[in-house]
Design a protein. Sequence first.
Lengths: 290, 335
Amino acid sequence: MATRQTQVLARSLLTPAVGLLFIWMIVPLALTIYFSTLRYSLLDPGSEVFVGLENFRYFLTDPAFLASLRNTLVLVGSVLALTILLGIPLALLLDQPVIGRNFVRLMVIAPFFVMPTVSALVWKNLLMHPVSGLFAWLATLFGLTPIDWFNDVPLFAVILIVAWQWLPFATLILLTALQSLDEEQKEAAEMDGASAVSTFIYITLPHLARPITVVILIETIFLLTVFAEIFVTTGGGPGLQTTNIAFLIYAQALIQFDVGSASAGGLVAVVIANIVAFFLVRIVGRNLEA
Amino acid sequence: MGQITLQGVQKSFGPVHIIKGADLDIADGSFVVFVGPSGCGKTTLLRLIAGLEDVSGGSILIDGKNVVDTPPAKRGLSMVFQSYALYPHMSVRGNIGFGLKMAGLPRDEINRKVEGAAATLNLTPYLDRKPRELSGGQRQRVAIGRAIVREPKAFLFDEPLSNLDAALRVQMRIEVTRLQKQLGTTAIYVTHDQVEAMTMADKIVVLNGGKIEQYGSPLELYERPANLFVAGFIGSPKMNFVTGEPALQKGAATIGVRPEHLKIERDGAGGWLGTITVAEHLGSDTFLYVDAGPIGMLTARYIGELSLHAGDRVSLVPDPARIHRFDNSGNALRG
């Protein structure tokens, strides 16, 4: 981009792509804002009336909103904690030279490639089913009462499924970071008399600060909108116990057919995502500065 | 104290023998340089002494005690790595003090020692900076500081200057040598640069293909190389080797003459006749690359300026007292 000519060229070549992306983003957003100000029920089409901020008041004062907000935050926080706390030891193990290391790595990464609906179904019917599930069989083997996962601890069950899906992602990012740790640094620590634990605390963990930040930021984006796993397993219930914001919006639009209120909910979700992002970047974002 | 003795040290990675039996005696307080071409095993030998690799055979004695089964930290050695291997998230103070912290020293004692080391190396103003905020030479000094603060029995240097630019390398070369003399600690220094070896070492170990070719002081190696390899490796420009009739006259398979021991005469003064292909005029020296026909290519060095140019005919007369003679297997013939 040295000369004026190349700058003009670059801009004119970039314009179509940037323009398309902008339209792609602005049209749905504008429509959502528009819908959020209407009384718009799919059961009564053609009778849309402008109601101002009424939909927002309705969505925000709904007791389901606070419950689903809490569920969303618990879900995101727990999955983040599980994937990072398990991902670090897993990545450390996979970094060791063992026979068949590539195969083991492939197997560990595999869950990430399973569709959320499929994995949720597998967990629901093959693993967590209170009668025919693997966990129930294991429990009876030891003479325990099987847990009815989706009734007794529904949110925890969903957290387990989602954490299982995201653990490979965290492991993979952390593993690549471990592999980029300078071998001579570890040797220097060894010469300095650091034990394995000290090397981990003083050398490895600080080195992982940045990839952990990346994992937190990326996972948060996707975990705020977990939907398929809830839809397939619990349908948001029992009661509101596993309803998160994404599922609540879905319920407003396609169970209660209230598009206006769902659109208002969607905009609230955008604001919440931004608030979360703001705090996240404040807390962990400084790790990204070189 | 820091007397290091190697007895029949061997190292192989699978079927590949990297070190084929090394015997060496390093006196306390001496500065020993391992030098050799890439892949000769000099770094491996250093890492064996450090304990970062396990020996395949033989023993390593530090102050008379066999340490082959001792972990690196307990050998009382400290190492300066080629990449410096500074801990990027720690300040200079943290980097230098890390080993002491691991040894469980009280905090004020660590601070005192770190500040002492920093003062020795002119690092005091940078103690609270991170490595990435330092220049190459400063990072180098932090790496050295990390080594000296532990007051080791010996320093191990693994090509520590190879990442610096030429001017800084000369300066650091002098600083390292002076520091080692001042501390009186044994040092083993690995390099592929024979100028570094000649200038820094009390004794040089020339390695080739996993074997020690010769062990001696720089001038011993220069004046009495044990074989063709050492003769060719030590000295710059390289020694000239001549085979055939002139060698047979001296009763050797090969004779070697250093470029500085060839007297440059005008054509027709006897000696080896040839045509100059390239003449390099440095002011302080003149290097002539001479095509001497059946004798081969010869390099000659003249101290000072000599106004000869490519295409001129010269005759090169070897100094008879400084001709090195080698037998068929490349070993030096004496007497």
